[in-house]
Design a protein around this ligand. Structure first.
Ligand code: C2E
Ligand code: CA
Ligand code: CA
Length: 690
């Protein structure tokens, strides 16, 4: 019908009908649509050639066949097809518009057909005439759009919307087939660290790798998807036994915890999993997701890297948490927060050098709530900045009452450290309270280094500009970290209690670690505080290892402000004498003979108390060895070696030694001088929180 080669002039000369035909042909050949006509009985009387081509026939072949034969009754992909069929309209002689039908072709082809009945002059039905357009491309992109709308673009996994549908379907299927379905809710542990330290592209790569491993582990058992961030979900339509779910969850944790290599860097993360299984009840997918969330919260609370099944008690715990949250918001107003102060002393002379402010919450119903519980809660609900500001002001107000040389240490949450206004707040509080900047020490943990480096360094230098001191708290427990020490001008590092506790064996691992930390810190001209020193042995140890400051129950528990003030006033020189005296230790230099395993060795006493002595001996003596000492003080003294460090060892006498014997019997000995205050505070004697 297309008249190729016809000139415009020729076209001009044609009569109207011919022009109409030409336009028709032009349109038909454009592929945008086609025309059709049926006879009274619904058979084709005219159809554009393009349609015949689509169907793989000649137009003439189609004439005389039922028009409905060109279309398929099959509805395949769930897209919108018209409810009433073409046959219905044709036989009922009703006009129709945009009827979506599938062509009877091998390749998927979709048409939108419109048609209206034609009548002759006397109104008799004559047949149908109509127009159709090809929808194939549009429908394909619709399907594509639909697919994209259900897919997480980063990982290619199902997205939140698709997961929701999958869970709805699983619930319907489970009810119908009388079984149960389950959901895993997953959260990656330490993902944020990777993202913050290696950058977002590396974080994205990691998420893709996680997606692959997850898909591998789950296989055909269910639908894996990503909810956003580092949160993933698995819908398991027909897995419900605890044993199977446990194995699967552990499999996921193990798989995701294997190291990843990203741009040549080895990265390790973990995963926590919350599990919920539908019961034959009326819980909706929303209910299940909320329960899975509680189970996940429990898994993370249990120390991460583990899975937890949902249990109904978790609702009660969540409710309590919510009550706690709202109580905490009011605690400041209701004056339920208090500060306690724990002394920090100089390891060499036991003078009080400062106090650490430690917050307490006196809850009207729950009593004393540990900061280890409510500080994380305050961080979670975004209330830590208010609390932190209050702590800072209250601590500085108290410290301003103390003698000039005594400092105050205040703990800062990593969240406070992110606040750009922190330096100006610190400045303002110092000037309001009149405390000299150098007396304020801010304690931060390695947690602050987990976010954007540049910001951290800016913050550190702004704070240092004010003149306050910086301490690295809980050193050794984090992501270790010696590199922070090299990069950040800390004034002090505080060695975590976990290294000090039970570290009295000088050869042990903890002692070696403390020695390394102290060595590094002193090279960098930083002080070291040993935290949590409780016993004499621990004190002796951290002192021998060279820690410059000591903080722990042995010198005092956190105490109320008035007690701290009293101690500050006295303790700058010596600690209060009213407390039970600790046994004196006397520095001495005296030759001694050491009897050990049938041999007699030369040795030298360095200090002595009624319970034991510090001895120097060139020969090797092992910890635990039984020895006898002769230092001209009334015969052989039996003792046991408790620790050895190089040529020195500490020993404990089997029986109490009378120190007076030493003075009476040894006029040649140098005059004994006390080096340690004979009366430092004994554990539990001061304060009384906990
Ligand atoms: P931290 O900063 O490491 O504080 C030292 C903790 O060890 C305190 O626990 C203290 O009471 C305890 N401690 C001190 N000496 C000994 C000892 O000899 N033996 C034992 N077993 N424990 C000892 P506390 O007061 O319960 O505080 C726990 C943590 O809560 C603190 O650990 C700190 O991280 C946080 N915290 C406390 N107050 C604040 C605050 O005002 N702001 C912020 N952001 N965190 C705070
Ligand atoms: Ca601290
Ligand atoms: Ca600490």
């Amino acid at each position: 019908m297309l008249r190729t080669g016809a000139t415009l002039a020729e076209e001009e000369s044609r009569p109207d009908r011919a022009r109409a035909e030409a336009l028709l042909g032009e349109f038909e050949s454009s592929g945008k649509g086609w025309f059709w006509e049926t006879a009274r009985d619904g058979t084709v009387s005219y159809v554009s050639e393009s349609v015949a081509r689509t169907i793989g026939r000649e137009a003439e072949d189609l004439v005389g066949r039922a028009f409905t034969d060109l279309t398929s009754t099959e509805v395949s992909d769930g897209g919108a097809t018209s409810e009433r069929t073409l046959g219905f309209y044709l036989s009922s002689h009703v006009a129709f518009q945009d009827l979506i039908v599938r062509a009877k072709t091998k390749n998927e082809t979709w048409w939108s057909i419109s048609g209206r009945p034609v009548h002759d002059e006397v109104g008799r039905f004559f047949g149908f005439r109509g127009f159709a357009s090809d929808l194939t491309k549009m429908r394909q992109s619709e399907v594509e759009l639909d697919r994209l709308a259900r897919q997480d673009s980063l990982t290619g996994l199902a997205n939140r919307e698709a997961l929701r549908r999958a869970l709805d379907d699983a619930l319907v299927g489970a009810a119908r087939r009388k079984h149960r379905c389950s959901v895993f809710l997953l959260d990656l542990d330490r993902f944020k660290v990777v993202n913050d330290t290696l950058g977002h592209p590396a974080g994205d790569t990691l998420l893709r790798l996680v997606a692959l491993r997850l898909r591998d582990t789950i296989g055909e058992l269910g639908q894996v998807g990503r909810l956003g961030g580092d949160e993933f979900e698995v819908v398991l339509p027909s897995t419900s036994s605890q044993a199977d779910l446990s194995i699967l969850a552990q499999g996921i944790i193990d798989s995701l915890s294997r190291p990843y290599t990203i741009n040549g860097t080895m990265v390790s993360i973990g995963a926590s999993v919350g599990i919920v299984t539908s019961d034959y009840d009326d819980r909706t997918s929303d209910d299940l997701m909320r329960d899975a969330d509680l189970a996940l919260y429990a898994a993370k609370g249990a120390g991460k890297g583990c899975y937890r099944f949902f249990a109904p008690e978790m609702h009660e715990a969540a409710r309590e948490r919510q009550v706690m949250e709202s109580d905490l918001r009011l605690a400041l107003e209701k004056d339920e927060l208090k500060l306690m102060f724990q002394p920090c002393v100089d390891a060499s002379n036991e003078a009080v050098t400062g106090f650490e402010a430690l917050i307490r919450w006196h809850h009207p119903e729950h009593g004393l709530v540990s900061p280890a519980t409510f500080i994380p809660l305050a961080e979670e609900i975004g209330f830590i900045n208010e609390i932190g500001e209050w702590v800072l002001r209250t601590a500085c107000e108290e410290a301003a009452k103390w003698p000039q040389q005594i400092s105050i240490a205040v703990n800062l949450s990593p969240i406070q450290f992110k606040l750009p206004s922190l330096p100006s707040r610190v400045r303002a509080i110092l000037s309001e309270t009149g405390l000299a900047a150098k007396r304020l020490e801010l304690e931060i943990t390695e947690g602050v280094f987990l976010s954007n480096d540049e910001h951290v360094h800016d913050m550190i230098s702004s704070l240092k500009d004010i003149g306050v001191k910086l301490a690295l708290d809980d050193f050794g427990t984090g992501y270790s970290s010696l590199s922070y020490l090299l990069r950040v001008p800390f004034d002090k590092i505080k060695i975590d209690r976990s290294f000090v506790t039970g570290a009295s064996d000088l050869e042990g691992r903890n002692a070696a670690l403390i020695r390394a930390m102290v060595g590094l810190a002193s090279d960098l001209r930083m002080q070291t505080t040993a935290e949590g020193v409780e016993t004499d042995e621990e004190l002796q140890l951290v002192r021998n290892l060279g820690c410059s400051l000591v903080q722990g129950y042995i010198f005092g528990k956190p105490m109320a402000p008035d007690e701290a003030l009293a101690l500050a006033n006295k303790g700058a020189a010596t600690l209060p004498a009213k407390l039970p005296p600790r046994e004196a230790r006397i520095r001495i230099i005296r030759a001694a003979l050491l009897h050990h395993q049938g041999r007699v060795l030369g040795a030298r006493l360095r200090n002595i108390s009624s319970g034991g002595a510090l001895v120097e001996c060139r020969e090797e003596v092992a910890a635990g060895a039984r020895i006898e000492l002769d230092f001209a003080a009334g015969g052989l003294i039996e003792a046991e070696v408790r620790w050895v460090k190089g040529t020195q060892f500490g020993c404990q006498f089997k029986e109490t030694f009378n120190l007076r014997l030493l003075q009476q019997l040894a006029p040649a000995a140098p005059k004994p001088q006390p080096v340690m205050s004979p009366h430092y505070l004994s554990s539990g004697a001061v304060g009384g929180d906990k």
